[in-house]
Ligand binder design. Structure first.
Ligand SMILES: NC(=O)c1ccc[n+]([C@@H]2O[C@H](COP(=O)([O-])OP(=O)(O)OC[C@H]3O[C@@H](n4cnc5c(N)ncnc54)[C@H](O)[C@@H]3O)[C@@H](O)[C@H]2O)c1
Length: 247
């Protein structure tokens, strides 16, 4: 049990990659805060994981784009488990358009959730980690934050920003033994990629050396590595989980 006695807060964990991370952490003994903007799904996921893995879970609603919500989330998590060892910034959205067609609202919405949301959660959660003199922060970025992608100017900019933020926070918190790393998934089979047409999926798959989309568990296992003692001398790293599509 690599996470026995640890408490983790995972944003956007009602479904998809966040839920897979929650399951892998639970299978290693962690107690979990399942946080999401969608409270109904968060409650369902928290209950299912509790029953399946026998760990304590709590569902806490919150929109990461709002600092106040993040303050409430972290306060409630500390009330429940008295410490936060691991924060996974996973909540994210897409609103894809070519630059010329993208509205200001579409730009702002994606930046607010994917970039400011990560800042909000780190700002609030790091206070208790600084006092504890230990912690792990894992940010879910994206391959498109590294290589760019036509039609995703807002999303790729947000994820590139998350990578830069990861390195800055890694430097700021290193002396207090708070390790900050990012995972840059490629194309993973989730609700986010289900929106694509079969043609788009085939074109995408042909650019991946491993010739398949990734699974949510591929990302979750990378998150477990960053959450566990196996990565205790690694900070400011961006781990590609992309089947080789960007090297
Ligand atoms: N699926 C992929 O191929 C892929 C690739 C690279 C990176 N990612 C990143 O992985 C993360 C998870 O993606 P996913 O594919 O599981 O997506 P998903 O849409 O299946 O799940 C995202 C979750 O975040 C929640 N959420 C959305 N806005 C929120 C907000 N403002 N506050 C709190 N919760 C919010 C949603 O309710 C949902 O439960 C995202 O950051 C995404 O950008 C996904």
């Amino acid at each position: 049990m690599r996470l026995q006695g640890k408490s983790a807060v995972i944003t956007g964990s009602a479904q998809g990659i966040g839920m897979a991370i929650a399951e892998v952490f639970a299978s290693e003994g962690a107690q979990l805060v399942i946080s999401d903007i969608n409270m109904g799904s968060a409650q369902k996921t928290a209950e299912e994981i509790k029953v399946k893995y026998g760990v304590e879970t709590a569902a806490i609603a919150g929109n990461v784009a709002k600092l106040k919500d993040c303050e409430t989330l972290i306060e409630a998590s500390l009330d429940k488990f008295s410490k936060i060892d691991i924060l996974v910034n996973n909540a994210g959205i897409t609103k894809d358009k070519l630059v010329l067609r993208m509205s200001e609202a579409e730009w702002d919405a994606v930046i607010a959730v994917n970039l400011k949301g990560v800042f909000n959660c780190i700002k609030v959660a790091s206070k208790s980690m600084l006092k504890q003199r230990q912690g792990r922060i894992i940010n879910i970025a994206s391959v498109v934050g590294q290589m760019g992608n036509a039609g995703q100017v807002n999303y790729s900019a947000s994820k590139g920003g998350v990578i830069a933020m990861t390195k800055t926070c890694a430097r700021e918190f290193a002396s207090r033994n708070i390790l900050v790393n990012a995972i840059a998934p490629g194309f993973i089979r989730t609700a986010m990629t289900d929106k694509l047409t079969e043609d788009q999926k085939q074109i995408m798959t042909s650019t991946i050396p491993l010739l398949r989309l990734g699974e949510v568990t591929d990302v979750a296992k990378a998150a477990l590595f960053f959450a566990s003692d196996d990565s205790s001398y690694i900070t400011g790293h961006v781990l590609a989980v992309n089947g080789g599509m960007y090297m």
